[in-house]
Design a protein around this ligand. Structure first.
Ligand SMILES: *[C@@H]1O[C@H](CO)[C@@H](O)[C@H](O)[C@H]1NC(C)=O
Ligand SMILES: *[C@@H]1O[C@H](CO)[C@@H](O)[C@H](O)[C@H]1NC(C)=O
Length: 487
């Protein structure tokens, strides 16, 4: 009976949690502060409360082609991280043993804590929450662009590409399941089969450029320690705060692992009162910032190679648009030409791609980038910033580039074409264009062509890697900017 009651209580508390899945806007919810471990619905919730977007598309314009670049959905921790959590369990047990002061209250969950992923030898897979994210995204995209998705499925009309990583491929399948649901003959959901194609990991310069660009891999390897150094002061400060709060002799690594645990618990299990409960609001803002710093320096505007290596992807997208325009102008009988190209990849793809488009900049940062000047680091809380992992690349985070054909039939004029960029389904303005409905010619001249000079093979050639002459100063921004100039 006791057990049954306990189960009921647990069940009820889970219900209460999901009913309240996202707290009211304005109130603090740790699930909104998990950088790139944020779930899609949590990330985009604030947008749904935002006022409607101005600049409606003119009636004379019709979407004719769509490019999607999406991150995989919510996934379980990777094998390496599962091990880290198992080690944390051991650490917590030994810290408790060393704590003899009975007047100190230890959070109840710490006693006998075991990782929910304890002993699992496999990780990194797309979980149900992640499938839902992509499946629902597909349903919304199909509703929003019925004209684009009106055709019968053919792999050349709706090519679906994923990286050669199971969670990305599974994300593509979840998306396709939604996109083509009701359009086939399989089972009660009238599903249909569709193909997902992957390039080999070793040669995928469109979606896995971060793994095929030698210059970038070298940069990343050499700067990871520097990023750790930047995070250290924050972790140190929080470590001493936790020590005095709980009289447990935490080390910096313990706190880093506890923050990792907090992110997993909050994002994957909706548990916010265990590991996350150890930190106060100020500390969570700081920890989120350290994660965002890392994204900035190793995947974002921190260094131009981070995003220049994504130029082949932009070029591929641009080419699909040109082909769509041409096919549309030629008015081919049967209309058997590509309508949408759907790609499923990683945060390492989405973040650089967003940078190529100039998203999430503020003030005069776009002009600075134009002049190859370095940007300041995203400012430390309590200062605000645009650069947030939770918005740029949450799970299932995505960019869509929608090509519109506009024609004024009465005047008998030729069609004009426009590009609309949606980030996580919200129209965004490209700084190079100055509007969120960019004339195709402007998109070509201002966004695409200036970037094409960064030719992948030459910027990614390991032989072109410039070694640092002097030892970089830790915590110094100038060593990064220095590097950029010499590239
Ligand atoms: C949170 O803890 C820090 C110490 O890490 C302390 O300085 C700060 O005042 C606390 N903030 C709140 C809101 O309790
Ligand atoms: C329409 O396009 C064709 C071919 O590009 C061009 O020759 C013609 O002048 C254009 N007409 C108008 C009204 O712009």
């Amino acid at each position: 009976m006791k057990i049954a009651l306990l189960c009921l209580c647990l069940f009820l508390s889970v219900c209460v949690f999901s009913a309240d899945a996202i707290a009211q806007p304005g109130s603090f919810d740790v699930r909104r502060h998990l950088s790139t471990v944020t779930r899609y619905e949590v990330s985009t919730d604030a947008q749904r409360h935002a006022p409607p977007i101005p600049n409606p598309i003119p009636n004379s314009c019709q979407p004719i082609h769509l490019n999607l670049v999406a991150r995989h959905g919510t996934r379980s921790p990777t094998k390496k991280r599962i091990k880290e959590l198992d080690m944390l369990a051991t650490r917590l047990a030994s810290l408790l043993q060393d704590q003899h002061n009975p007047s100190i209250s230890i959070p109840e969950w710490i006693r006998g804590w075991q990782s929910p992923w304890k002993g699992r030898l496999k990780g990194g897979e797309l979980i149900h929450l992640g499938e839902e994210e992509l499946y629902r995204l597909a349903l919304r995209v199909r509703d929003r662009f019925p004209h684009i998705f009106a055709k019968d499925y053919h792999p050349d009309l709706y090519p679906i590409k994923a990286t050669q990583v199971p969670r990305a491929a599974a994300s593509a399948v979840a998306f396709g399941t939604g996109l083509f649901s009701g359009k086939g003959t399989l089972g009660p959901g009238h599903h249909r089969a569709f193909s997902v194609v992957s390039e080999s990991r070793a040669s995928d310069i469109l979606l896995r450029f971060y793994d095929t660009c030698a210059t970038y891999k070298d940069y990343r390897e050499r700067h990871e320690p520097q990023v750790e150094k930047l995070k250290e002061p924050v972790l140190e400060e929080i470590t001493s705060a936790l020590i005095s709060r709980h009289s447990l002799n935490f080390k910096r690594q313990d706190v880093a692992s506890l923050w990792f645990l907090c992110k997993q618990e909050a994002s994957l299990l909706d548990i916010t009162n265990q590991a996350c409960g150890l930190f106060n609001e100020t500390e969570i803002h700081l920890l989120e910032w350290t994660d965002d710093l890392e994204v900035f320096l190793l995947k974002g505007y921190g260094k131009s190679i981070n995003y220049w290596m994504g130029v082949p992807l932009l070029q591929d997208i641009f080419q699909t648009m040109q082909e769509a325009i041409q096919a549309n102008e030629e008015n081919q009988p049967g209309g058997m030409y590509e309508r949408a190209r759907l790609r499923f990849a990683h945060a390492e793809t989405i973040v650089p791609f967003s940078c190529l488009l100039g998203l999430f900049l503020e003030g005069d940062e776009y002009e600075k980038i134009q002049r190859s000047e370095s940007l300041d680091l995203p400012p430390k809380p309590p200062q605000d910033r645009n650069w947030r992992g939770r918005s740029i690349a949450p799970f299932a985070g995505n960019n869509m580039l929608v090509l519109y054909q506009c024609r004024d039939k009465q005047k008998g004029q030729n069609s004009s074409y426009h590009v609309q960029v949606l980030h996580n389904e919200v129209p965004v303005s490209l700084p190079a264009c100055g509007t969120d409905f960019c004339p195709f010619e402007v998109f070509k001249e201002k966004v695409v062509l200036p970037l094409l000079k960064h030719e992948f093979n030459s910027i990614c050639d390991a032989k072109s890697v410039v070694r640092d002459v002097e030892a970089p100063k830790p915590c110094s921004w100038s060593s990064f900017s220095h590097h950029r100039q010499r590239q």
